[in-house]
Ligand binder design. Structure first.
Ligand code: NDP
Ligand code: 2IT
Length: 447
């Protein structure tokens, strides 16, 4: 018995109960469609309704976020926190500030986070949050007022043993600072472990800013090593130019790769001499300017407005911007140009149809819940340092991150073999993550 019919029935029910949440339907379908071999070995999960339970968030919080801009105009945004699963530890996952944020997007991200966090082997549950606030073009003072208003409502749901947010798209060190300041003021507690991604001077951890991008490259190195290769001398294309992209580019170049293109939501830059990370960080992080400014300053670079960064030929492609940014046509273009490996720095950037194109072409594919787990894993290290009032060196933290990524790769690789599809990291990641969470839920009873 394959249990495929059970899984179809459960997914239909999830879709019916969560109408209009396209990204959540997509993420649940992606995971559920790989679970048949797990059910074959653990049929009691069906009687326990384990899949249905994991697809239902423990708690969903939606709230009003009113704030005033610098001219005194009033704005109303919508804030979210989906506390998805706490079987393995406190809810853990980032906050996204982007105009596209809605409940379906927060739920897809929270659902992915459950399995990603399980794969790290660390004691963290899954959650995600954010707001449909657009930080682009806003002054520091406006961002501060927004963050303070957001935290004035959210704080009552957080705590180092309850729910521990961090950054995601549109939320970096500046926003975490304003939110931590407001949490500290309201609660009158210096509770460092309530947020991660903090500044080094006030409870932050070495390597957390770099961790997602660095971890992605450590994972890619493992994937290539399993195929007898390495990044040295490879031509790489990265999408995005934010936190994940910048540090992925830097680490890939340290491993001898040449990263020839990166992007933002308006276009992409091609720099055949290799992206200049210092210039990129100056433009994006210091000046908070558009990527086109990079091309204005670099004699070797050319800017393409609009278009697709996946048209740039490469051997390794690393989507590090946002969901569904690499579709079927882009995957066909990539493999046509000789791309042999795609690994996701972003969450669900590759559509299901695109994954199929890569699979049929024999290209290796590293799913985000494994490949980008270095960020949240280093957040768990930050929580550990906060709890013990300790702080580790950069070298120790980076070595630990490399070890964690090696372990995640091994877990996915071994689970793919155990469940009958050697080399399939999607199946390996989903099955290994699911089993760890489901076994804990089994032991904790029907709660
Ligand atoms: P940032 O806000 O630092 O950067 C986001 C980048 O993606 C920007 O270059 C942005 O361009 C681009 N982007 C955002 N939305 C879109 C869109 N709709 N279309 C095209 N480009 C877009 O975010 P992060 O680097 O932190 O996050 C990037 C991805 O990585 C997300 O999927 C996130 O969920 C995931 N991730 C992040 C982790 C972290 O630790 N930060 C950990 C694991 C995963 P523009 O400036 O033009 O908007
Ligand atoms: O998607 C992710 O894993 C993140 N945005 C990081 C979450 C975290 O808690 O560090």
């Amino acid at each position: 018995m394959t249990h495929a019919a059970d899984i179809d029935r459960i997914h239909e029910e999830v879709t019916r109960r969560n109408p209009g949440e396209a990204e959540f339907h997509q993420a649940t379908r992606e995971v559920l469609s790989t679970l048949a071999p797990v059910l074959a070995k653990r049929p009691h999960y069906l009687d326990l309704k384990m899949i249905e339970r994991i697809c239902e968030p423990e708690r969903q919080i939606i709230f009003r976020v009113p704030w005033q801009d610098d001219r005194g105009q009033v704005h109303i945004n919508r804030g979210f926190r989906v506390e998805f699963n706490s079987a393995l530890g406190p809810y853990k996952g980032g906050l996204r500030f982007h105009p596209s944020v809605n409940l379906g997007i927060v739920k897809f991200l929270g659902f992915e986070q459950i399995f990603k966090n399980a794969l790290t082997g660390m004691p963290i549950g899954g959650g995600k949050g954010g707001a449909d606030f657009d930080p682009k073009g806003r002054s520091d003072a406006e961002v501060m007022r927004f963050c303070q208003s957001f935290m004035t409502e959210l704080y009552r749901h957080l705590g180092e043993y309850t729910d521990v947010p961090a950054g995601d798209i549109g939320v970096g060190g500046r926003e975490i600072g304003y939110m931590f300041g407001q949490y500290k003021r309201i609660t009158n507690r210096y509770e460092s472990g309530v947020l991660t991604g903090k500044g080094l001077a006030w409870g932050g951890a070495q390597v957390r800013p770099e961790a997602t991008g660095y971890g992605l490259i450590f994972f890619v190195e493992q994937m290539l090593a399993a195929r007898g290769g390495s990044l040295d001398g490879r031509r790489v294309v990265v999408s995005g130019s934010g936190n994940v992209a910048v540090h992925a580019i830097a680490k890939a170049q340290q491993y001898g790769a040449r990263v020839v293109a990166c992007s933002d939501s308006a276009g992409y830059v091609v720099d055949e001499s290799g992206i200049d990370v210092d210039l990129l960080r100056q433009v994006k992080e210091v000046e908070r300017a558009r990527l086109s400014v990079y091309a204005e300053r670099s004699p070797s670079a050319r800017y393409v407005g609009g278009g697709s960064v996946w048209d740039v030929p490469c051997e390794v492609a690393l989507p590090c911007a946002t969901q569904n940014e690499l579709d079927e046509a882009a995957a066909a273009e990539l493999v046509g140009n000789g791309c042999r490996l795609v690994a996701e720095g972003a969450n669900m950037p590759t559509t299901a149809a695109a994954v199929e194109v890569l699979r049929s072409a024999g290209a290796a594919f590293g799913p985000g819940k494994a490949a980008n787990a270095g960020g949240v894993a280093t957040s768990a290290l930050e929580m550990q340092q906060n709890a013990s009032r300790d702080s580790w060196t950069f070298e120790r933290s980076e070595a630990k991150l490399a070890e964690i990524m090696r372990d995640i790769h091994a877990r996915c690789f071994e689970a793919a073999e155990e469940y009958g599809r050697p080399g399939d990291y999607v199946l390996g990641a989903n099955c290994a993550g699911f089993v760890r969470v489901a076994d804990a839920m089994h032991d904790l009873g029907v709660v």
